[in-house]
Design a protein around this ligand. Structure first.
Ligand SMILES: N[C@@H](CCC(=O)N[C@@H](CS)C(=O)NCC(=O)O)C(=O)O
Length: 252
């Protein structure tokens, strides 16, 4: 049995969900609501000691990290190949799959800063401290506490966006000749980068206009049937997000 623990529309969940749909590999969807801290429950931490999504469980064996999960899926399952056969193109695909993973902490920092401060600001102190104590990874705990507190400082925010801009400029250049990152064939490089670029497009819509190849690639990507399915905000696999904040006090 193949099970995917995910949280719907988070970037890394979308990467693996899209990969499985593009490849035509059936799986059992196990949705975790991050806003209820289901990723920090002891049973989930036993599968993924970082307390993050996604986790793929194949016949009872967990595989973690979106980059490694996608390599595993390509290694094990037949269906449409999403790694180029040509070693040079495969290196290019791996590079962009890796870049998507490497830039993710900066993307998470600016997403939390822009979208999550009001939500975490409404949390009671006991819940903030309780949730932070449940988080096994120090950088994530720090991001959570920072978002619940004063947020990113101006120079920290500027540093994250500068890193993201430099990465996007390289992506813009690498998309020539296109239409996909490795040329004619759609690959995992496109799948992994889509979640990142789509998020940048949400947070900084004007950034796409300055990068026409990326803008066209994003529009082409969003029109793919697998993307329409996976990127829908609410679907069979992704329930509506809960309203209000979840208090640990109320959960007892
Ligand atoms: N690509 C890395 C990063 C995973 C990651 O950061 N996942 C986010 C969602 S995109 C998450 O679970 N966040 C919850 C948290 O940080 O508490 C991996 O797959 O391990």
């Amino acid at each position: 049995m193949l099970e995917l623990y995910h949280s719907g529309s988070t970037t890394c969940s979308k990467q693996v969900r899209q990969h499985l749909v593009e490849k035509g590999v059936p799986y059992v969807s196990r949705y975790l609501e991050l806003w209820r801290y289901e990723n920090l429950a002891p049973a989930y931490l036993a599968l993924n000691p970082n307390g993050v999504v996604p986790t793929l469980v194949h016949d009872g064996r967990p595989i973690i990290n979106s980059f490694c999960i996608m390599e595993y899926i390509e290694d094990v399952f037949s269906g449409r190949p999403l790694r180029p056969a040509d070693p040079i193109l495969r290196a290019k695909q791996r590079h962009w799959s890796w870049v998507a993973d490497e830039i993710h902490p900066a993307i998470a920092d600016v997403t939390y800063d822009q979208n999550m401060r009001r939500r975490l600001g409404a949390m009671d102190r006991e819940t903030i401290e309780g949730v932070a104590a449940m988080m096994p990874v120090p950088e994530r705990r720090e991001r959570f506490l920072r978002t619940a507190g004063a947020g990113l400082r101006d120079h920290e925010r500027a540093e994250r966006w500068a890193r993201i801009a430099a990465m996007l400029d390289q992506f813009e250049a690498a998309l020539v000749p296109g239409p996909w990152i490795c040329g004619a064939d759609y690959s995992l490089g496109d799948v992994s980068m889509l979640a990142i670029v789509a998020r940048v497009g949400e947070l900084k819509p004007d950034w796409m206009a300055a990068r026409p190849c990326t803008k066209d690639w994003l529009a082409r990507s969003m029109a793919r049937p697998a993307v329409t399915k996976v990127y829908a905000a609410v679907s069979e696999e992704c329930p509506e997000r809960p309203r209000g904040v979840f208090s640990l006090r109320a959960a007892e």
